[in-house]
Design a protein around this ligand. Structure first.
Ligand code: BT5
Length: 240
């Protein structure tokens, strides 16, 4: 797959730049920045993006824009595979969009759709690679590959590997509507299923057991009374 890489020293957010490019009808582009001054997560949360991390957005023009959650899943699978290959570390996916190692967050993914005459999808991937420390507010929940491995990782190699893995999944599965294949790989690389979790949504906290993920990537949660509910969005804390 042909894609073009645009590199920047500093951006507000690679997502913003990717949106700007998609308005010019440029897609299949990857935007990489060494640091972001206003990196963001879901629900407009702040994403800490100092130099040393891999901050990139992949701009796509998929035929199907009704299943964008599978792009998040495909990105997560790609990151786990690449971290294994480049840093020799076995990480796991926490529903829906975190890659973690021993409970600490190494990577977050943010997929945004742009809908208009033409539809685009922007897949933002942030990986903590060579940072030595984090701001106070996330010090206890975040980690970097270097902090875990005690050695520097080649960011460019990691970047290349993630992009290749991602475009393979995008072309071979997403664009061929083979969502079940993505779901299967996601499950193989996730450690959320069969765990007791606390789900934190915008309005409440719910205790239950994560028993699966449905065809729309929603989390299926079994409550104490054995009722099964569907979680569309939220964060989970795994009770290890
Ligand atoms: C995410 O959101 O995890 C999605 C993060 C996506 C970042 C990429 S970087 C390239 C592209 N450009 C952007 O502007 N964004 C994308 P969420 O699940 O909402 O998690 C956000 C929460 O993670 C914050 O509220 C913090 O608690 C925590 N956090 C912030 N920065 C972090 C970091 N560098 N490492 C680990 N955790 C962090």
């Amino acid at each position: 797959m042909e894609y073009k890489i645009y590199r920047f020293k500093s951006l507000t957010s690679t997502q913003d730049k990717a949106k700007e490019l998609s308005k010019k009808k440029l897609s299949d582009a990857v935007i990489v920045a060494e640091n972001q001054t206003r990196g963001r997560g879901r629900f407009k949360r702040k994403w800490s993006s100092d130099k040393g991390g891999l901050w990139m957005s992949i701009s796509l023009k998929p035929d199907d824009t009704k299943n964008l959650q599978y792009l998040t899943f495909a990105a997560a699978i790609s990151v786990v595979k690449s971290i294994k290959k480049i840093a020799n570390l076995k990480t796991s996916i926490k529903w829906p969009n975190d890659i973690h190692y021993k409970g600490k967050k190494l990577c977050g993914i943010l997929t945004e759709g742009i809908f208009g005459n033409e539809n685009y999808a922007i897949v933002g991937i942030g990986v903590n690679v060579n940072q030595n420390k984090f701001p106070d507010e996330i010090r206890d929940i975040a980690s970097s590959l270097k902090m875990v491995n005690k050695r520097k990782i080649n960011i460019k190699k990691l970047e290349e590997n993630i992009i290749n893995n991602f475009f393979n999944l995008y072309n071979n599965y997403y664009n061929k509507n083979e969502f079940k294949k993505i779901l299967k790989m996601w499950k193989e690389n996730s450690d959320t299923i069969n765990k007791n979790v606390i789900v934190i949504t915008r309005t409440k906290k719910i205790n239950g057991k994560a028993i699966g993920v449905d065809d729309n990537c929603n989390l299926l949660l079994k409550l104490k009374n054995n009722k099964i509910i569907k979680i569309v969005e939220g964060d989970i804390n795994v009770r290890y």
